[in-house]
Each structure stands twice: as C-alpha cells, then as structure tokens.
Design a protein around this ligand. Structure first.
Ligand code: PRX
Length: 629
C-alpha cells in the first residue's frame, strides 16, 4: 500500500465555551498530555488507583513485545467497581439504569437493585455449573437483563461472549463454537419497530451441532410459562427461585479474561477479541471520567447495543464504574416516528448523548422539525463513534442537536482498543471532519509503510506507538492474528485505518485500509459476506465491495459468478440477498448484486476488489491503487 497521497484539509473550527474546560475533570489537554509523556507508568498508576482493587499490582506495565501485561499481580473484580462501591458510598439509591421500550414502557434499577439482580443471577449461573473461565454466550435484546447477565458473568469470573441479536443463526453458531460456550442466555423475543423477533428460534438453530453448550437460559418477556425442552433449556426466572441475592465477587487477576467479542476480520472467520479484567476496567473508567467528563449529575445515553464494543465499554463497564445514571432503549430511532429519541432526551433529561454518524445522517434526512419539537436543553455533551463524522453531519449535529453550544466528542477507537483513543477533548477547538487528538495515555501517529511519520496533510497509516491498558490481549485461540497487528510495522500497533494529520496535530480518519466495510457503523468483513454467498447452490464465486451510501456510510455490493446451469434473474437476486440475511443477519444484506462472467484476480488467484471498486466508482483503478494493497 502506498500512502503518499495528499488530502485537502478544511480549516474551520469551533471553540466551546471556556466553562467546559474550566469545569472538566481533564482540565487543560496539553498539560494532561505532557504529564503522561513525562512518566507514562506513573500516569496509568494514578488512574488505576481510582478503582477498588482487592490486591495492588506489582508493575504497571510489563511489555514483552508484542505481549503486554497491565497491573500484573493486581486482583480485582470489575463488578465491585461498577456496583458494590456505589452501594457502599452513597449512590445506593441513585438510578443506575433507565430502560425505555415501545409505547413509553419503562423499567428502572437503582444501584442497590442492580447489585442484587446481578448477584442473584450470578448464583443461578453458578448453580448451573458455570465457573471461573467458562464462556457464556449472550444473545439478548437491549433490556436491563442483558446488562445484568453481563455483570453476573463478570461477578463469578465467567467470560462473556456477546453476539448482537441482529445476527443470524449461522453467525451465532460459529461464534458459540469458536468460544466453546457452555451456556447461552437469550430471550424468547426482541421487539423491533412494533414487531417481535423470535430470538429463541434462532438460538435453537444455532446450538445444533454445538456439543459444548450444556444449557440455554431463556428469558420469557411475556412472563408467560415457556414450553421448554427440558434436556437443554431452562427458564431465566425459574433458575433464580429460592436463591440468595448476595454473591461474593470472584477475585480476578488483572490479566484474567473478562470477555471475548467477535469482530469482522479480513478473512471469513470473525476474530474473538479478548479483553482482560484490570486494564479494561482502568481504560473504560478513565475515559468515562476524563473524556466523557461524566459527573454525578449526568444522565448518560449511549445508543449502541451491548453486542458491540461501544455497548460493552460505554453502556455498561465505563459508565457504571463512574456511577452514572445510564439510559438504554430498545426503540429504534424512527419508530413510531423520528421523534422518539428526542422525546427520550427531553423526558429523561439526558445530559450526554453518544450515537453514530449513520443515525445522525438519518435524522438529517428526515428533517430538523423532529428534534425541534422537543426540549433538548438538558444536553451538555454530544458524541459520535463508529465511522468518520463527515463535516456536513458535524455541522447539523452541532447546530440542531447541540444548539451551537454542546461540544461534539467524535471518538475514534476500535473493538481491539477497548476505549477511546483519539478525540477532541472537551473544551478544545473542534474541527469538523477531524476526530481530533490522541487522548492523554495514548501515543498515536500517522506513518508510512516503514513506520516513519508523514508530513502534515499527507495520508498514511494510523498507528499506536505504545501499549495502553485496555488493548486487546490476544485473538481467541489465534495468537498469530493478534501478532499481525503488531508485526506490520515493528513495535507499532497498526490499526488498519488510513488517516491524515493537520499542522496542529489533529487527526482525520479517512476509512479502512483493508477489506472491511463499515455499514451503519457495523464492521463487516468482505470475506464473511463472500463466504455466505458461495454457500448458495447457484454461486461459483463472489466478491464484495463497499459502495458509498448517503445514510449508512457504506453499503454492500456483491459481484457474483454463477455455476453452470444457473441463469441471472431478479428472483435469484432476492434469493441471494435473503440467503445472506439468514446466514449473517440483516446488516450484511447486499444493497446490490451484479452477475458477472468472471472476477478480476491476481496471478496468485486473489480477487482484486479494488478493480471492482474502481469500475463501480468510475475511476481508473490506478487512481486508487494508492489506497489498497
Ligand atoms: O475504521 C474505524 C472506524 O471503525 C473501526 C472500528 O470498528 P469497530 O471495531 O467495530 O469499533 C467501532 C466502535 C468503536 C475503526 O478502525 N471508526 C470508529 N470510530 C471512528 C471510526 N472512523 C472514523 N471516526 C471515528 N470516530
């Protein structure tokens, strides 16, 4: 990949009211960053001490390239930080969780109630035979019990592996098998746009041929008695009956795994990103306190799903570790009308709102009359994550939602990084199109293939030059894939994105440098979609590319060659789209399928997606050879 391309950079910037910086936990960015540079270990040592530990660590960082251990020797349980300490220190009756469903249905949990619910389920899981280190797969709707289940696993040292409940049976199956999950927790249904989706049926398909699974726990949302297959299925409530609602927290080593989360790779097989107990707790707590600047009075709403890293870090572990009031909702932004989310902000008095560019662009399209119907004055900070926030979307978000007042935190990070890495800290000048600066604690740079920094205005590879506490520790059962991140350029973590820096050091993330497509903020590997397509009886070969989409950022387009005897038809297009939907899930559905006689390939037989992409975009393939391998 050549990285010597120049990028035209906008010069516009917005400066937040000085009171933001004055009142922020981070204070002055430059001072905080310098403090980190002066003594990185002392910096993280101080941040780690803000958590409750059962035993202190022997060393802040042990770095044996490319393997890191953070806070080695330290013992803790993340749930003590998310629950116990608040129950003890005055947040006992503070609202921890507010859930909204359709028709304004609502459920709330105080910290005390959440603590007890977690301990009760933890006892039930133990009774089912789940012990420290066992993997538990969660395939659940966005309801409080989802969060309770995550924390219940963490309480007893079980490793959760959450699969987004929009994935299909086969995607779920492969993740259950790879993690060798002992228990799967699900619900009978989830509700989406007024319709119920049969999650249980999908799980039943997915656990076929998964001999690792001993029990499937099913939450009946209607609270009507479930007809269970007794060999395998148990009722979420029944397993808790008669049990204690206290459960001591398992003492976890800082380096014990906390969870596995699958993310798309450039090969067909998703990667199980492994995060550990100590460093992840420190990174998510630190960024909630100092980057989101969450204060005790804040009502924090991150619109992600726990099935993605954003949900893990910024619905559950980070915000609860700082003792915030967290809003979650099962509602989608446009049902029953595009005012539902703004109504939630007004009604609940949300102060920090964190969403994705794809949602912002959808709201832009439906018109500002929707947010304008509601009082959004409670908002203090608004955030964005998942893909580049284009300048038009930035301007709209700033003016219509932030009322020219709220700083926008455009946070760049990844499943692999666990926490925010690059953003514009509260109070610093904001530049539309730029994520911003590396946060204190993070050394980021834009470099060429050799690892040498490129001048301002020139595109290059985004790298992280020093380990950080919430970095992934490995790819589950695939150490080689882990090492690849650190081997591409020796000693640096290569993130896989192209970026450019301006004269002030602000970083603009341009997009992926590899075969990942980001559809509505969901990260999809081309290979996963391609392998789903070739499973279909009619398909000989398939190549998938991302094409620009006004709302979703990118959409999937597939090029397909057919097996002899099959003819292109509209019916076959529908069939193939349906097949991908059922195999991977709705997010992977191709927006277009084109039948071709052959696919462009290299001599070694690798499909040259960039040639297809160039043809699609009407450019000379040479023009984009600079962007892709
Ligand atoms: O390409 C970057 C993009 O999303 C990728 C990471 O995807 P995932 O692991 O699914 O995590 C998404 C949520 C943290 C990155 O490599 N990305 C994420 N945030 C931004 C972004 N691109 C530009 N700006 C962002 N703020």
């Amino acid at each position: 990949m050549s990285t010597d391309f120049d990028v035209k950079l906008e010069k516009k910037s917005y400066i937040p009211d000085p009171s933001y910086k004055a009142g922020s936990a981070l204070g002055d960015y430059t001072t905080a960053y310098q403090k980190f540079l002066d003594n990185p270990d002392a910096f993280w040592d101080e941040k780690a001490k803000e958590l409750d530990w059962m035993k202190p660590w022997d060393a802040v960082l042990k770095w044996d390239y490319p393997k890191a251990q953070w806070f080695a020797g330290g013992k803790l349980n993340i749930t003590c930080n998310c629950l116990d300490r608040h129950v003890k220190n005055g947040r006992r009756n503070k609202l921890a969780l507010i859930w909204r469903g359709d028709n304004d249905s609502e459920e709330v949990y105080t910290y005390r109630q959440l603590h007890r619910a977690v301990m009760l389920l933890a006892n039930a899981l133990q009774k089912l035979g789940v012990t420290k280190g066992d993997r538990v797969c969660l395939y659940m709707p966005l309801i409080p019990e989802h969060i309770i289940a995550m924390l219940a696993c963490a309480r007893i040292g079980a490793v959760h592996s959450i699969v987004y409940a929009g994935f299909g049976a086969e995607a779920l199956h492969s993740r259950i098998r790879d993690a060798q999950a002992k228990v799967v927790i699900t619900a009978d249904v989830s509700y989406r746009k007024g319709k119920s989706i049969n999650l249980r049926g999908i799980v039943e398909d997915a656990v076929k041929n998964s001999s690792c699974v001993e029990k499937v726990v099913i939450l009946s949302r209607e609270r009507s008695p479930l007809e269970l297959y007794k060999e395998m299925e148990v009722d979420y409530y029944a397993i808790q009956e008669g049990l204690e609602d206290t459960c001591p927290a398992e003492e976890m080593d800082a380096e014990d795994p906390l969870f596995i989360l699958y993310t798309s790779g450039t090969t067909g097989q998703p990667k199980g990103i492994v995060h550990t107990c100590g460093g992840y707790a420190v990174g998510t707590h630190y960024t909630c306190k100092y980057i989101f600047d969450i204060k005790d009075s804040d009502v924090f709403w991150c619109t992600a799903d726990p099935g993605w890293i954003t949900g893990h870090s910024y619905i559950v572990y980070g915000p609860l570790a700082v003792g915030a009031t967290v809003v979650i909702t099962e509602t989608t932004p446009e049902y029953p009308d595009p005012g539902v989310w703004w109504n939630i902000i007004e009604d609940l008095g949300v102060t920090i709102f964190y969403t994705a560019p794809t949602a912002i662009r959808m709201f832009m399209r439906v018109g500002e009359e929707w947010p304008n119907k509601y009082d959004l004055q409670s908002l203090r900070i608004i955030g964005s994550v998942g893909e580049p926030l284009n300048p038009e979307a930035f301007e709209w978000y700033y003016r219509v939602i932030g009322k020219n007042r709220c700083p926008i935190l455009d946070t760049w990070w990844q499943t692999e990084t666990g926490m925010h890495m690059i953003t514009t800290p509260i109070g610093e000048p904001m530049k539309p199109g730029f994520a911003g600066l590396p946060i204190p604690g993070v050394l980021a740079d834009v470099v060429d293939k050799q690892g040498d920094p490129v001048p301002a205005g020139q595109g290059g590879l985004l790298v992280i030059k020093r380990p950080w506490p919430s970095m992934m520790r490995t790819v589950y059962k695939n150490e080689e894939r882990y090492e690849k991140y650190w081997n591409q350029i020796r000693n640096y973590y290569t993130v896989g994105d192209l970026a450019v820096r301006d004269e002030d050091g602000y970083i603009m993330v341009l997009g992926r440098a590899d075969d990942i497509i980001i559809v509505s903020g969901h990260n999809l590997g081309t290979a996963e979609v391609e392998s789903a397509l070739v499973e279909h009886e009619s398909v000989a070969e398939a190549a998938v590319i991302g094409i620009p989409d006004d709302i979703k950022g990118q959409a999937v387009k597939a090029f397909v060659t057919l097996i002899k005897g099959y003819e292109p038809s509209d019916k076959l297009v529908s069939e193939l789209i349906y097949h991908v939907r059922m195999t991977i899930g709705p997010i992977a559905m191709p927006a277009a399928i084109e039948f071709v006689d052959s696919l462009p390939k290299t001599r070694s037989g690798k499909i040259m997606r960039r040639v297809l992409k160039a043809k699609e975009m009407g450019v000379d393939p040479g023009d984009i050879s600079t962007l892709e391998e």
